[in-house]
Ligand binder design. Structure first.
Ligand code: MOS
Length: 696
């Protein structure tokens, strides 16, 4: 135990599960095939609001292979749910188009699909309302916004400050609904064994799925096991269980057979969450030298009639820039739509598009370089709480990025650089994401052969979680990573927080380190001897996290974009993207770079492509597949680079890390919109930047 080994944290270790993935041994939820498995295919509502009158169950039962059809009229009763979306088939109400209204279970997938297609549901349809407008009479102020911030914050007298400011920007921005679309669609395989339920499920946190399902079925959590070793992306859509998980468990109970349920790509556009559209008014009041006097940021968003989900769109504006007088608000309207949910950087991503576009407009109004404007408004403490920042290196990111990108000799005049057909421009925007940490448990076992096994119900949704936990544990155990095996993705392991909110590594890593420290102490006490059956220690970080010192903790970044806009067609291409981030200690440069450039690519996608279009007449998002919902591919990103500045922050966690899963998407869309303005002189304030908005 006393040999010195080089530190693993900081090295670009390859993903520990890559051989499994490359050889096809890694199993995803839908690939589990219990004996006698049957297939469930849901039926979705074809009205956006109303009541189900009848489902013609008998006709469906005559179809080949059909075992049962479940709907409100014959569904087993569930315990009440905190999230009414999960009370599937418990009410005749239809709350949005695409909601599950019935489920067909059959011997084969083909039989189930064919039968589901023919299910006749009679509705009493009612008039629906699916249109988000800032002046909607149903707009109200929610009590809190996600995850738990006050809806409105006001300091000083922003109206008076705006009225007297020599320079004012007053602009309204909007962002569309977007769907997360992880590569692996949602899927659940459910199997009952007496009172015990096993779920093979694709999710961002097996412990939460276990607890939620147990509560709906009125069982102790210990009766439910959720197995999810490999997950093909989530982007928030797998953060909390969606109704299909409950449907699979219901169907398995009803048929006494294991049931497979895969949500199709098309179905995902109604039933697995999405990012709310937003309308945002930003007002900035400044002195002629660019120093902000007032910031007012108001957001208008939607939720469903079932449940309030209030995205924290203006929350990042509370801590970004100094200004004595400020107001940030959220208003929500409950429409006949599916409930919006988390999508990578909920709040920060749409909110910072508006704020960072407005900052660019202010820089132009003041005749100031946009980087200099941001530096002039750098606060010395969190403007809202007055707390010191644990570390804040936005300025270092902006300066380092400017140098790497070649910003210095930029001519700010819009619309004057031409390369053939292309108008070329550059833009910059700031990026930020809060540093969260949640209680988790972990255990570690010293095996007699000198190896270690770390256990924690963490989730690797493609981020490299398993790999960085291996590195963190190896360093904590002062051993090499090849002696450490990390078991994750199973609710039977010590309970862990979600892979969400960019807090996975910080939360799980803390628990793993504490468990490893306890193990080293125990080994010391025993003089280094490991008994034949090994030794195990565990940790629970609930107390440690409660005692967190008072700091404002955030990661920062600077995004730079160069774009070309076809002068005739308005076609926009991002020529270069460069991001510099300050995110604490980078645990694995290889997987971290993937997180950063993945987030930036998603930001490019937000800027130019992604848009779920609401069909007002049918009350549904009309683009339901990748032919119509466009997502950036590698070909859309010819030149992308992510860098980070060294940051040594002792106020975070034992690793000194900040989360990196979400910050890459934040600010990218604004940097691109700002570059489009620089290229063309056209300010696009409503995403995505389509060519019809550029050609006039
Ligand atoms: Mo992320 S949207 O917090 O899963």
């Amino acid at each position: 135990m006393t040999t010195t080994v080089p530190l693993s944290v900081g090295s670009g270790m390859d993903r520990v599960e890559s051989p499994d993935k490359i050889t096809g041994h890694a199993r995803y939820a839908y690939e589990y095939a219990p004996r006698d498995v049957v297939y469930a295919v849901p039926v979705q509502a074809t009205v956006a609001r109303g009541e189900i009158l009848t489902v013609d169950v008998d006709a469906v039962l005559k179809r080949p292979g059909v075992i049962t059809t479940i709907w409100y009229g014959n569904a087993p009763k569930l315990a009440p749910a905190d999230n009414p979306e999960l009370s599937v088939l418990q009410s005749p109400r239809v709350s949005y188009r695409g909601q599950y209204v019935a489920l067909v279970v059959a011997e084969t997938l083909q039989d189930a699909r064919e039968a589901a297609r023919t299910v006749r549901v009679e509705y009493a349809a009612e008039r629906h309302d699916v249109e988000l407008r800032a002046d909607h009479p149903g707009m109200y102020r929610p009590d809190r916004v996600n995850p738990n911030f006050p809806a409105d914050v006001e300091q000083g007298d922003p109206d008076a400050a705006l009225a007297s400011a020599p320079v004012v920007v007053d602009a309204t921005y909007s962002t569309p609904a977007e769907h997360q679309n992880p590569m692996e669609p949602h899927a659940t395989v459910a199997e009952w064994d007496g009172d015990g339920l096993t779920l093979y499920d694709s999710n961002q946190g097996a412990s939460l799925v276990r607890d939620t399902v147990a509560s709906l079925f009125g069982m102790p959590p210990a009766n439910v096991r959720v197995i999810s070793p490999h997950v093909g992306g989530g982007f928030g859509s797998k953060g909390a269980p969606h109704p299909h998980v409950i449907l699979a468990a219901l169907a398995a109970k009803q048929t006494s057979r294991p049931v497979k349920l895969a949500v199709t790509r098309q179905q995902m556009f109604a039933v697995t969450g999405y990012r709310t559209p937003t309308i945002q008014r930003v007002r900035l009041g400044a002195d002629t030298d660019g120093r902000l006097r007032a910031i007012v940021h108001e957001a208008f968003e939607q939720s469903s009639t079932l449940r309030e989900f209030a995205e924290q769109t203006t929350v990042p504006t509370r801590m970004m820039y100094a200004a004595p007088d400020r107001r940030t608000t959220h208003r929500l309207v409950r429409l006949d739509v599916p409930t919006p949910s988390w999508m990578r950087a909920p709040g920060e991503a749409p909110g910072m598009f508006a704020l960072e576009s407005a900052m660019d407009e202010l820089a132009i109004a003041c005749g100031l370089d946009p980087i200099e404007l941001r530096i002039r408004n750098e606060p010395d403490a969190d403007p809202e709480s007055g707390l010191p920042f644990s570390s804040r290196n936005l300025v270092a990111c902006l300066r380092d990025g400017a140098r790497r990108f070649g910003w210095a000799d930029r001519d700010p005049t819009p619309g004057v650089r031409r390369q053939g057909r292309w108008l070329v421009g550059t833009g910059v925007a700031s990026s930020t994401y809060p540093v969260y940490r949640r209680p988790s448990q972990a255990s570690v076992r010293a095996e007699p052969d000198g190896r270690f096994t770390v256990r924690i119900a963490a989730a690797d949704i493609g981020t490299g979680a398993r790999t960085v936990l291996t590195q963190i544990a190896a360093d904590a155990l002062r051993t090499s990573p090849d002696r450490v095996r990390v078991e994750i993705g199973d609710s039977a392991l010590p309970t862990a927080s979600l892979a969400g909110g960019s807090m996975g590594t910080a939360s799980w890593g803390t628990a793993a380190v504490r468990a490893c420290e306890a193990l080293l102490d125990e080994l010391d006490r025993r003089g280094g001897d490991v008994p034949p059956d090994g030794i195990e220690t565990s940790a629970d970080t609930t107390e440690e996290i409660r005692g967190q010192q008072r700091f404002a903790r955030h990661a920062f970044g600077a995004q730079f974009a160069e774009v070309g806009v076809d002068a005739d067609t308005g076609e926009t291409r991002v020529l270069r993207l460069l991001g510099v981030f300050a995110a604490g200690r980078i645990i694995n440069p290889k997987t971290a770079r993937s997180q950063f450039i993945g987030g930036m690519t998603m930001g490019l996608s937000t800027a130019l492509l992604e848009e779920s279009v609401m069909d007002r007449r049918f009350g549904d998002y009309l683009n339901h597949d990748f032919a119509q919902y466009h997502i950036a591919t590698c070909a859309d990103v010819p030149d992308i680079a992510a860098f980070w500045v060294e940051e040594d922050d002792p106020h975070l966690n034992p690793m000194g890390s900040k989360g990196i899963g979400e910050i890459g998407i934040v600010g990218t869309a604004a940097a691109i919109a700002n570059a489009v303005h620089h290229a063309t002189g056209v300010r696009v304030r409503d995403l995505p930047i389509r060519l019809d908005k550029l050609v006039r």
